[in-house]
Design a protein around this ligand. Sequence first.
Ligand SMILES: *[C@@H]1O[C@H](CO)[C@@H](O)[C@H](O)[C@H]1NC(C)=O
Ligand SMILES: *[C@@H]1O[C@H](CO)[C@@H](O)[C@H](O)[C@H]1NC(C)=O
Ligand SMILES: *[C@@H]1O[C@H](CO)[C@@H](O)[C@H](O)[C@H]1NC(C)=O
Ligand SMILES: *[C@@H]1O[C@H](CO)[C@@H](O)[C@H](O)[C@H]1NC(C)=O
Length: 204
Amino acid sequence: MADDSVIQDSTPCLLHLLLLAELFVHSSSRPAGSPSLCGTFRAMVPQLERLMTLSETLHDLTDDDLLNFSVVGHGLSSLPNIQYDAGYFNSPKVNASLSQLYVYVQSFRLHVDWLKTAKENVSLSWSAEDVRTGLLQLSNLINTSLHQISEDVPQSPSPSLPAVSTTFEALQSSVEISQRLQAFCDWSKRVLRRLQRQSRCPKH
Ligand SMILES: *[C@@H]1O[C@H](CO)[C@@H](O)[C@H](O)[C@H]1NC(C)=O
Ligand SMILES: *[C@@H]1O[C@H](CO)[C@@H](O)[C@H](O)[C@H]1NC(C)=O
Ligand SMILES: *[C@@H]1O[C@H](CO)[C@@H](O)[C@H](O)[C@H]1NC(C)=O
Ligand SMILES: *[C@@H]1O[C@H](CO)[C@@H](O)[C@H](O)[C@H]1NC(C)=O
């Protein structure tokens, strides 16, 4: 909770600086999309890259150990079912894509919180606090972008997640959430690039 309030206080300030920088750099270039929306998009890119790296801290297994966990079980059906089809990439609406991103991020936040409890329940160490922080910051940025296009923040479903009773289950869930989070970051970066083009954001 203490973390949350610090981030919520510092995010708007950082964003402000980014937006100012955006205005100065681009005041003389070709007609571009909304500088504030483009500024928010740009702030999301490094956040996604950080999350991509951090997602590995959800478990502390070596590559060899990972092989033991990657093929077992049917996994967590409540994790976001990301749409990879080409149709989605060809004509995403900015509002629909941002709403979708928001819902996915809330789902990952829920699963990571659940994983923290699950690991602690079976006495495994928890070393992924940065992932929770990163997801919260990303969620705040998407919230900001939704406000910038006057779109309501969507309601997120809250699936009930199972209780975990063995170390094996907890490790398996760590690996699964870690891998799905990486795939999500990769997907989100592609969606974001498309949104930047669609919104005629300046290139860098
Ligand atoms: C993975 O499997 C190998 C070989 O069966 C075993 O030596 C290793 O301890 C296992 N790792 C985990 C984390 O269970
Ligand atoms: C996106 O905006 C269009 C109108 O511009 C609206 O028809 C549509 O319902 C919106 N989609 C979402 C997911 O909010
Ligand atoms: C989204 O941001 C607005 C301010 O821009 C804030 O009032 C609201 O509480 C935020 N919502 C969430 C779910 O974070
Ligand atoms: C953790 O333990 C509590 C208390 O036994 C239990 O209610 C909860 O469901 C457990 N959570 C997970 C994710 O296993």
